[in-house]
Each structure stands twice: as C-alpha cells, then as structure tokens.
Design a protein around this ligand. Structure first.
Ligand SMILES: [Fe+2]
Length: 491
C-alpha cells in the first residue's frame, strides 16, 4: 500500500522522509580532512517512518534518527539508524502511524494506550562513556555508540525519578558533572520540575524539586560555575487543553516571561524569579557569574517562535516576532532586583541554534557560533526550499568581546543545519579548531558535511554523501578519548 503524505512537499522541507538506515565507508571528500580531527560527530533528528495522522502536526513528532560521522586518520565514515523506541517498534509492527498529534495521547490508537510515546528525536548526549538520544518528553534512550543500535530507556540505576529529561543537559567541562532536569516531571501538564546533578561516573548526586509558575516548554537552560538559569516563556499547556485534542503547546501572550536563577548547590527555597519583557529564549549559549551579577547569552525572539504551535488569542503567526537574535541578559544578584537588562548584540544576524566551544561551558568565553540567515543572499531561483523556518545560509563566529562577526557563506543552493565546534586538541586555546555542520545541497539532492577552519571561517574540506540525510535537530562532538573506537587505516 502506498502511503500518501498529504499535500506537503516532502522532497524539500523539514518533514522530508527517507525511511532508510545505512552506512557509507570512507566517504568521498572534497579537499583534505585534517588529521587532527579525531572522534565522532553524533547527530539526532527526526524522520517519519509513517506519515503523521494530522497535517497540522509538528515536525517534532517525527521518529528519532541518530547518525554519526566518525573521523580518524584523515578519513570519515557515515552511519545512520532509527532510534528504536517502543513507539517506533509498535508502528513498524502495525505498518502504520498509531500515534496522534504532538505530545497528546487523546488521538492515539487504543492498542498503544500506556505505551511510552517518545520519539527521542532531539539531541545526542555523551556522558560517562555512554551515548544517549534525548527528547524532553521522556527519559534518555541509550544507544550503542559504535553500531547506533538502541539499547533502551536509561534511569541512572533507578536514581532518576523524573519521568522526563531535558533535551539540553549541560556537562561541566571541569568537573564532568551532568546538570539536567525534567519538566512535567510527574506527568503530562504537571508543573513539577526536578533538577539533577549527576557526577562524572553517571551517579545521581543531587535532586531539587521545584513548582513552576505555569506549565510551559522549558526547552533549554544554562549553567555558570555557581548558578542554574532557566528561562520560562509562555508556550503553555494544561490538562483541559490536551483533553480537547490540541497539539501540546500554545502561546499565551498574557503570561509574564520569567527566568529562574538557582545556586547549583542550592535548594528549592533559594530560587529567585526574575521577570522580563515578552519573548522566548528557546535555546541558550552560555552563562557566567561575575561577582554580584549573572550574565546569560542566548538567541531570543520577541514572540512565539513556532508556526505550528498556535497563539491562544487566535492571532496569526508572526514571522518577524519569531525571529531570534543573540542577546545578553544581565541579572543583578543583589537583594532587591527582580528584572533583567537586555542587550541585542547582533541584530543583523537572525538565527536560533547557537553553539560555543563546549570546553568553556559555565566559564568566561569569547566566541559563539551559529547558523544564520543573510537575507541579502537569496536562494538561486528554483531552489526547492520550503520550511516553516528561514534557511540558514551562513555560519557566523560571533566575537562576544569585540562584537565582530566573521562569516562563512555556503552558497546559493544550500541550507545549513546546526553547527558544532571541534577543538584542534584537548588543550588548544578557545576557538582554535574546526566548525562542522551538514549542508543540504538541493540541486544535487544530497547532504554534505562542511568543515571550516573556525578561526578563519574558511572551508577546508567537504564530505560528500551520495544521498540526502534527515535533518538534524542537534548534534555533539565526542573526542576519541571520550568514546574510543577501532580506527581505520591511513588514507
Ligand atoms: Fe533544542
């Protein structure tokens, strides 16, 4: 039976479905892969095994797909596999989509009631020698780091109580601690948030339980050496909203934008709630505590960032308000402050998915990297790009000290996915290394991994795959020492 995918253009947009798993050995390369890149670039995203039940569903419902580019001795191998969640296996056994709309069980087939419904499609995490695929509606799913086979749900030896786990945990680069949380921690539409510190061996050491002012998407957060910082923006849900059959989130412009600031060694009573102007910080870059102030850098939008999550007041989606730019928020940690100061650092470079050199998480840092849209460089006419989001055609190195923006432009027929920084060596200075990320080459119908010198922001090599691969949501770099593997010979 041929399954139709509605009237979406699945050839080109975020919903692209590929439905294959595969390996490419010793990939074709343009240029020369630097031999000091030694490790694995893991990527997680979504690829529909079967079409969604509803045309207005979110791309965030697509089945999890994990892939890797493994670098050694100037060579690269590629591997891609579905994340074999219970949902994936149930759908595969039935030969059709059994699950309803994004994170709402109301329209699920009765045969899957009670089955874990995560698609585990958001972020790869490497910690304590293990690899996981993450989605914030469930606990981590452990993946074999070499075969990419799914091992199953992970609960940290029974010590992790939250039913959910953030898609953006933070690994402290000095202590090796994993700081993470789960929201809707005790069930759908609960306002419970459990925050955890897990040591470098993977053992749960601390749990703090919070009640949030309203139930909302807590997608990302940041840590400094001293603090945990959680933006609370009004993409909200409730039991009544879900029982009415709606997609999980809706934007409620009547609610305030909060940021929770909590000492890393503090308790629930130590949380401070700051209030800011309307908008959303879906992702963050980094945070630093400096004496009596805390600085958070993040891509921030002025309104609802997602076209597929409706506005509660019925207002149409506003692409201008959805656009994020890198901003700096400064929090006064003195006794009387309850607001923050916002500075728009790079208004000329809109983008949502920023990264730093992860060795500087929670520490003073200088560089951020982000894919962004240079609207003065449009696609070549006829390029089949259709998406809810504007295409990133540039990677930028954002100098947070001098405010200089150094740019790499990928060309007029390609779109860039989230980038990732790879240090030249363990001890290299900040920013000395490579920036890597997947480009979709539309006319050639294939994916290419671009490798830039991260200081000059110039391309040094491009890995050419013979096909298109599913879009990444997030990726991570695992140096060889963190997850050793059998190395191929020199090319
Ligand atoms: Fe994210």
């Amino acid at each position: 039976m041929v399954q139709r995918f509605g009237d979406r253009d699945f050839a080109s947009n975020f919903f692209t479905t590929l439905r294959f798993e595969g390996d490419v050995l010793d990939c074709e390369v343009e240029g020369k892969i630097p031999e000091d890149i030694h490790g694995t670039f893991y990527r997680v995203g979504g690829d529909w095994l079967y079409p969604p039940k509803f045309d207005h569903d979110s791309a965030f419902s697509a089945d999890g797909y994990i892939s890797m580019f493994r670098f050694a001795n100037g060579r690269v191998d590629y591997k891609g596999r579905f994340v074999r969640t219970p949902r994936f296996e149930a759908n595969l056994a039935a030969g059709r989509q059994l699950f309803g709309i994004y994170r709402n069980r109301a329209a699920d087939d009765p045969s899957v009631r009670g089955l874990n419904s995560t698609v585990s499609n958001t972020t790869p995490l490497v910690h304590a020698g293990r690899l996981f695929a993450l989605k914030e509606d469930a606990r981590p799913w452990e993946i074999d780091p070499h075969t990419l086979e799914t091992r199953g749900e992970w609960d940290f030896h029974g010590k992790y109580s939250s039913l959910t786990f953030t898609a953006h945990p933070k690994v402290d680069p000095v202590t090796g601690e994993l700081v993470c949380f789960g929201y809707e921690a005790t069930g759908e539409a609960s306002n419970d948030v459990f925050i955890y510190t897990i040591d470098k061996h993977g053992e749960v050491k601390r749990e703090v339980r919070l009640k949030m002012p309203y139930v909302s998407e807590l997608h990302d957060f940041a840590i400094s050496r001293e603090h945990i910082v959680i933006p609370v923006y009004p993409l909200v849900t409730s039991k009544e909203w879900l029982e009415a059959g709606n997609i999980h989130w809706a934007w409620d412009d009547t609610l305030p934008f909060y940021t929770a600031v909590l000492p890393r060694d503090g308790d629930a009573k130590d949380v401070r709630w700051y209030r800011g102007s309307k908008g959303a910080a879906v992702h963050t870059l980094n945070a630093v505590t400096e004496g009596n102030r805390l600085v958070l850098d993040a891509p921030v939008s002025d309104g609802n960032p997602f076209p597929f999550f409706p506005n509660k007041d019925g207002a149409p989606f506003d692409p201008q308000k959805a656009m994020s730019t890198i901003r700096r928020w400064t929090f006064d940690l003195g006794p009387n402050a309850d607001t923050w100061h916002e500075e728009n650092l790079f208004p000329q470079a809109p983008g949502a998915l920023g990264r730093i050199d992860d060795r500087f998480i929670a520490r003073p840092y200088r560089y951020a990297y982000m894919g962004y849209t240079d609207a003065s460089r449009p696609f070549e006419p006829g390029t089949p790009y259709k998406s809810a989001f504007p295409a990133a055609n540039c990677y930028g190195r954002f100098d947070m000290q001098t405010r200089e923006l150094r740019t790499y432009y990928v060309g007029k027929t390609c779109a860039l996915q989230e980038c990732c920084f790879v240090p030249r060596s363990k001890d290299a200075p900040e920013g000395d290394g490579y920036l890597i990320g997947v480009a979709t080459n539309f006319p050639e119908k294939r994916s290419e991994l671009v490798i830039l010198d991260a200081q000059r922001m110039e391309e040094v090599a491009r890995v050419i795959l013979p096909f298109r691969i599913s879009d990444q949501v997030h990726g991570t770099w695992a140096p060889y020492e963190d997850l050793p593997f059998q190395m191929p010979g020199k090319s």
